[in-house]
Design a protein around this ligand. Structure first.
Ligand code: ZN
Length: 138
């Protein structure tokens, strides 16, 4: 019956995840607070602030990179604590365009993604080097 159906993707296709936290002038302080809270609670790699749109991102944002094992704690925590901020959570496979669109999820209000800025296929992401030392429970 399902002769033409493709095989599902394997979870092992996901090397890691990113959460992109978007902000504007009005929400910059909240983004700062959220970043601080994340650093206190989760083993992640906090990326630098991009006050101007970069790559496929239409707004100012910073990136939070995290391992697959961190997803089940960080993502529900972001659901509860993102406030007014929009957050794009996406897997890192070897398909950047799909990662940011078809495979992605939004927490808060969805924003646009400039798909034309993304390659369809790419090399796998390098392993993460976390830069936080959490001391508080989530
Ligand atoms: Zn990303």
């Amino acid at each position: 019956m399902a002769g033409t159906r493709p095989e599902p993707h394997r979870l092992s296709a996901i090397a890691s995840f990113h959460a992109h936290v978007y902000y504007d002038q009005d929400t910059h302080r909240e983004a700062e607070e959220l970043r601080h809270w994340i650093g206190e609670r989760f083993v992640v790699t906090l990326g630098r602030w991009h006050d101007a749109p970069v790559g496929p991102h239409e707004r100012a944002m910073y990136q939070v990179a995290f391992a697959v094992e961190v997803f089940p704690v960080l993502v529900p925590w972001l659901m509860l604590n993102h406030g007014r901020l929009s957050v794009l959570v996406h897997p890192n496979t070897t398909q950047p365009l799909a990662d940011h669109t078809e495979y992605a999820l939004w927490i808060g209000r969805p924003l646009g993604i400039r798909g034309e800025k993304l390659l369809e296929t790419a090399e796998a992401e390098l392993p993460l080097i976390p830069n936080t030392t959490p001391s508080l429970p989530a």
